[in-house]
Design a protein around this ligand. Structure first.
Ligand SMILES: C[C@](O)(CO)[C@H](O)COP(=O)(O)OP(=O)(O)OC[C@H]1O[C@@H](n2ccc(N)nc2=O)[C@H](O)[C@@H]1O
Ligand SMILES: Nc1ncnc2c1ncn2[C@@H]1O[C@H](COP(=O)(O)OP(=O)(O)OP(=O)(O)O)[C@@H](O)[C@H]1O
Length: 286
């Protein structure tokens, strides 16, 4: 029987996010730069003696059949036509509904972890295709690299950026991705750009004006952050982030913003070019 496998499921930032059109099926064409972060949930996979899934989560409200971990498990079982015998424990650390992609990353790490633990030999394109059926943000976590993305966020070109520190402010409101994408006031006509890593600095997030109008707590967080740098929304929010030159400035600014926004949670996190999930898997293989 294989051994237990414990692996991370990291968060992402959208360093910029341009919406360039809407498709007939309602999904949006976008361009974004996904930045992998050194900040993760944790998944533990333990083989069992009976076929089927035992799923546990540190947050009991998430212990449901429609959790993205359970859905990823069922998808991979269908793909290999086996009911894999496994217990999966999900330890949540990432804020939910924050635009950090935690649920999508949990799904991706489940696909990657089961593939490795049971030697299923599914290749990267197959895992990305399976991931895409679970959500537009899943393929980038399966690829596991900071990447330029187009299409609905699933056409990926890996890009290496400086591994800078970021302040992330979670104003403790929950933003619904589906509601924002279908909002009549969302602008969907940003011109398509060629691949330009500089858009991490000069680009924008098309959700930002709308989200600031709809959520006063998020607007207040932006107001506070403007004393320290240029804040930007990640995904559809609720989190906003600012890029910092080094860890010491990130920690200083984090404390200062946390004091001024006691109802928010403020974090200092390092960007990575390679996902911590992939770092973990390749260290295990070495
Ligand atoms: C906002 C981002 O997080 C940026 O990375 C993603 O675009 C959202 O990705 P996600 O949460 O994995 O999205 P899904 O679970 O696939 O879809 C959630 C909702 O967002 C809408 N959606 C999502 C992605 C996209 N390119 N266009 C869309 O219109 C879908 O219609 C759906 O109603
Ligand atoms: N494993 C999971 N972890 C967190 N949420 C999950 C999970 N599986 C399903 N969900 C559901 O997905 C919702 C959104 O969670 P998530 O943290 O992924 O949002 P997000 O960071 O805004 O994602 P995105 O950036 O992809 O829009 C949760 O409120 C929850 O109902």
């Amino acid at each position: 029987m294989p051994n237990t496998l414990t692996m991370p499921a990291p968060a992402k930032l959208n360093r910029f996010l341009h919406i360039t059109g809407r498709r007939p099926d309602g999904y949006h064409e976008l361009q974004t730069l996904f930045q992998m972060l050194d900040w993760s949930d944790q998944l533990t996979f333990t083989p069992t003696s009976q076929p089927g899934l035992l799923f546990h989560c540190s947050d009991p409200a998430l212990e449901t059949d429609d959790n993205l971990v359970a859905r990823a498990y069922r998808l991979i079982c269908e793909q290999v036509d086996q009911e894999l015998p496994v217990s999966i424990h999900l330890q949540k650390f990432l804020p939910m509904g924050g635009g950090l992609g935690g649920g999508s990353s949990d799904a991706a790490s489940t696909l990657l972890g089961l593939n490795q633990l049971f030697n299923l030999n599914l290749d990267q394109p197959t895992l990305e295709r399976l991931g895409r059926t679970l959500g537009a943000d899943v393929p980038v976590f399966v690829r596991g690299q900071t990447a330029w993305a187009e299409g609905i966020g699933d056409k990926l070109t890996p890009i290496a950026l400086d591994e800078l520190w970021h302040i992330i402010v979670h104003p403790n409101v929950h933003v619904s991705t589906a509601t924002l994408f279908s909002h009549p006031e969302l602008t969907r006509d940003t011109p398509v750009s060629t691949i330009q890593p500089e858009l991490a600095i000069h680009g924008h997030n098309d959700f930002e004006p709308l989200v600031r109008r709809l959520y006063p707590q998020i607007d207040q967080a932006f107001e506070c952050c403007q004393d320290y740098g240029n804040a930007r929304l990640t995904g559809t929010g609720a989190c906003l982030f600012m890029t910092m030159p080094d860890q010491a400035s990130a920690e200083n600014v984090r404390h200062s913003i946390q004091d001024r926004l006691p109802d928010a949670n403020v974090y200092a996190v390092r960007g990575r070019n390679l996902s911590p999930a992939h770092q973990h898997l390749s260290a295990g293989r070495a």
